[in-house]
Every structure is written in C-alpha cells, then in structure tokens.
Design a protein around this ligand. Sequence first.
Ligand code: FAD
Length: 436
Amino acid sequence: MSEEDYVSEDAFDAVVVGAGCAGSIAAYVLAKAGKSVLVVERGNFAGAKNMTGGRVYTHSLRKIFPDFEGNAPLERKITHERISLMSTDANFTVDFTGQDLGKEGQESYSVLHAQFNPWLAEQAENEGAEFVYGIRVDDLIVRNGRVCGIKAGEDEIEARVTILADGVNSLLAQKIGFAQEASLGQMAVGAKELIELPEKVIQDRFQCAAGEGAAWLFVGGPTQGHVGGGFLYTNKDSISIGLVATLSDLITSEMPVYEMLDEFKKHPAIAPVIEGGKTIEYSGHLISEGGYNMLPKMVGDGVLLAGDAAMLCMNLGYQVRGIDLAIASGEMAAESAIEALDKGDTSEAALSVYRTKMENSFVLKDLKQFQKFPHWMESTKRMFTDYPDMVRDIMYSMFVVDGTPVEPVRKKAMRPVKELGLWSLFKEVKGGVMSL
Ligand SMILES: Cc1cc2nc3c(=O)[nH]c(=O)nc-3n(C[C@H](O)[C@H](O)[C@H](O)COP(=O)(O)OP(=O)(O)OC[C@H]3O[C@@H](n4cnc5c(N)ncnc54)[C@H](O)[C@@H]3O)c2cc1C
C-alpha cells in the first residue's frame, strides 16, 4: 500500500506533538526543508507547561544555529562548576573553574524555558512551521497499525509522519504500545523555584564575571538523605534552585518534596547566597532516570519519538542532561522523516534510519555508556546519607582545633571511614566508578 492509501492528499507532511526543545527543533528542520509541519502544544505558549533545571550544554544547538550566542535568550555562560556532598549541618564542595569550560563547542549556558522554548518555536515559525497552542492531543489516528496523525477533541489532523515530542511519560507512546508505564525507580520528581536577585549581587556571591555564572549540584542534604540531588544555577538576575528525588525512595519519605526544598533553602551553605531574593516562580515536573535500559520503541509506521518522550535524559549526579539530547534527537527525527518523505515511504522500515542515526550519535552512545549508573545510584543509598556525614567528620577532624591534644590526622580521618566499613566502602565506590 502506498502512503496515499493511508492519508488524504492534503495531510501535513509532519505533525509534531509538543513545543518543547525536541518538538520545535524537529519542526524547524522539517520546515526549513520545505515540508508542511504543524506543531500542537497543550500549553498556551511554548515553554508554558514544561520545566528544566536550567542548564543547556549547547553543542547540539550550535550545530543547528551556529550563531545562537548572539540570538538565543541565554542567561549566563557557565564557567564555575561546583559539586557538594551535603549533610544536614555541613557541606563539602569541590569548586572548579577553568577556561576550557567556556570554549567554543563545549560551552554551556543557564536558560529559562519560558524564554528559551518560545525562541526555538519562533525559529521554526520563521521557516514556515505552523503552531497551535492550548490544544491537547488526546490520541493518535491509527489505520491498519500505522499512525496517520492526531486526534484532539473532535478534530482529526492527518500527517504522513507524526513526531511525538510530548515529553516524559508520553501517554501517546503508551497508547500505541511503544512505551511501558515507567516503574517508580525509573522516575523522579523535580521541584524548582526561581529566585530573583540583582545581577551584580549574583556575580559577587558566586565570584563570577559579568555574563558568567555557576552550576552547583548537591548530593545528600537537599533530599534529606533520599535518593536524588539538588541543583542551583545562576541566571542573569535570578537563581534556579531545586531538587530531584527518585520516586521509589521518595515514597518512604515522611517529608514531601516542597518541604525538602524549603529546608534546602535554609541550609547554612544556601541561605546566604539566596538571602534577600524573591521567589517569582515555582514548578514541579517528572524526570526520567532509567537511562538506556528504559528506552522505548522509537520508530513505527508513520511515527517517531524524540526527546523526553523517548526517555532521552540522564542524571549522573554531577551532570543533568536532557536538553542537548532533545535537540539532537529532534534534529535526527526530522532528518529521518525528510528522507522518508522524499522517498514517498514513511513506513517503519524507511523511518528506522532514525534509530541508526541515534545509535551512531552521542545520544545513544552516552546513554549506553552510563547505563549501569541509575542502578548503582538506587542501590547505594548510603551515598545520600552516610557518605556526606563521613566527609563532614573527616573535615572536622582536619579543621577543628579545640585545645585537646592533637591526634595524627591519618588516625582521626580514618575513624569515620572505618565506621562505614572499609570493604563495603571500597566496593561501593568501585561500583560507582565502574558505572561511570
Ligand atoms: C527538575 C528538572 C531538572 C532538569 N535539569 C536539566 C538541566 O539542567 N539540563 C538539561 O539538559 N536537562 C535538564 N532536565 C531535563 C530537560 O528539561 C528535558 O530533558 C527536556 O526539557 C526535554 O525536552 P522535550 O522537548 O523532550 O520535552 P518537554 O520540554 O517536556 O516538552 C514537551 C512538550 O509537550 C507538550 N505536551 C505534552 N503532552 C501533550 C499533548 N498530549 N498534547 C499537546 N502537547 C503536549 C508539553 O506541554 C511540553 O510543552 C531537567 C528536567 C527536570 C524535570
């Protein structure tokens, strides 16, 4: 059967569900190639319904928009990296600044979705893609096992290719049997506040030059010892602060996520850097954490999945990445659709070039590289409780001088390590190193 046996002549070449990074990039690439594209977004504007921590590694954006730095709404170039092991009353931080962090091709920026996503959508619109907002796609048109477009309320819109870029936990991907409902260990919930502060105050508090900023990730304290972590990114005149907690462990917590965030903000290491700030936004969202092992089927007859809908996200504790993967997968989904459309064959066989492109790119290579990490993190709960406390005790043993006769540092520092069990500590650290 040919394509035209499934869809009418006036069908769109492509319908994209979701105007996040993946959807808008897919629409941009398709429209630029002269294809007719409709993007359907349930929010009232691009960026209205989605959330991110706030840092984009821009290599995949640069590939599509080489001059993005002069045009995109970027907040600060990240030149300071901080990682902390936080216990309830102390904080141990590794602070790194290096020229290469800002080098072309490996730079990253803090961004705000409410500005960044509309900019991406605008680029696609400028190329001729059509966007409709405030409409939720309820279902897909499926004829003889082939996806032929979308259903929204009473409306049916046909397309030769449908790209699902509807974000994490895609109900549409589940409806066509491509994705399973994720387990609690594979999903986390994120909560974030945007705190307004004067530009200069942020620069002084984070010791950053104008236009530059810091990314700060935390283990332990923010989630009150539960599996997950905290994050803080500096924007131009605001700070994005939040935490991510894995659902399987969160259900054992007596403290809800919003209270954890309140406590995090009161921590002695955090309170001074947000002092005087005003919360101007609060958001919560799911985030997929299962990595490579929870990838859904990404290609079918007439349909492709991109971005979070394809579970392309990774949280390594020292890096959270989803946006660069969403952008690259949106681009590859569009390129694959274009090749298939040009051949007049948008069957699964023709579209499966997408999977090959993804496998040959950093997207699936990186996810595969870190595929053991989610399991290690979930099974090493002491990472979030005992380890931050151990490091705190070692630091006290080095820095406290109280007039009692001194013991050799090696003896004092080894005591908290021995309390945790040298052998089990070695095994757990080795497991972590191997999974990275
Ligand atoms: C707390 C948190 C912190 C994060 N931190 C970072 C970070 O610092 N750096 C990073 O790179 N990544 C981070 N991520 C991940 C990153 O935000 C995502 O991977 C990325 O935004 C995914 O983009 P997307 O376009 O695939 O999906 P989304 O941005 O979720 O877009 C999906 C869109 O589809 C729309 N939609 C959904 N269903 C429908 C429907 N039925 N009909 C119509 N429209 C629909 C939604 O409204 C939404 O606009 C974080 C995520 C969270 C939750």
